[in-house]
Design a protein around this ligand. Structure first.
Ligand code: CU
Length: 118
């Protein structure tokens, strides 16, 4: 019984571990300034603790409009360009302030950058 109990504790610990902080920089966005509709953004991702670029990572980008509590219907397609750069292809659904939330390797690292959309 004690054995099962400690396994359960380990599982809980693994699931609640804090993601490492990412520094997310919007490198380019096309069109610039961005508009409601199709955009291509390149993001530079680095680990906040040592400044090393994020490489060989599975990166998910979630555009999120905090003021309205919504995202977009079709998740961005993300491609790694190297040296910590990733290209995200998606469409903003309306003008305003958006957050590009970035998740690396399923919760290993998280960060975001804010984007003003015309
Ligand atoms: Cu909105």
């Amino acid at each position: 019984m004690a054995y099962i109990g400690s396994m359960f504790t380990l599982l809980l610990f693994a699931c609640s571990s804090e993601p490492a902080e990412l520094d997310v920089m919007l490198h380019t966005i096309d069109p610039d300034p961005p508009v409601a509709g199709d955009v291509v953004a390149t993001l530079h991702l680095s680990w906040a603790d040592d400044g090393e670029p994020v490489t060989d990572a599975e990166v998910h980008v979630t555009p999120w409009m905090t003021a309205h509590g919504h995202g977009i219907d079709t998740p961005p397609e993300v491609a790694e360009l190297g040296d910590g750069q990733y290209e995200a292809d998606f469409a903003f659904s309306m003008p305003g302030t958006w957050e590009l939330q970035v998740d690396v390797d399923d919760g290993a690292g998280q960060g975001s950058v804010e984007v003003e959309v015309e």
